[in-house]
Design a protein around this ligand. Sequence first.
Ligand SMILES: [Zn+2]
Length: 53
Amino acid sequence: MTVRELEPVRIPGICFIPKPGSPLRCTLHHGHDGEHYHAYDRVEWPRYEGEKQ
Ligand SMILES: [Zn+2]
């Protein structure tokens, strides 16, 4: 891995859909299967119909 986590780098290909009703954002890769997931808070939430992938 060459990702430098201490720098505010936007990583292309990440799924960045905000969780409905909260500021959390999905941290999985773009186009992942299943529910969205926030890696740091370990929160999952379902995808909504009509979301762009
Ligand atoms: Zn997602």
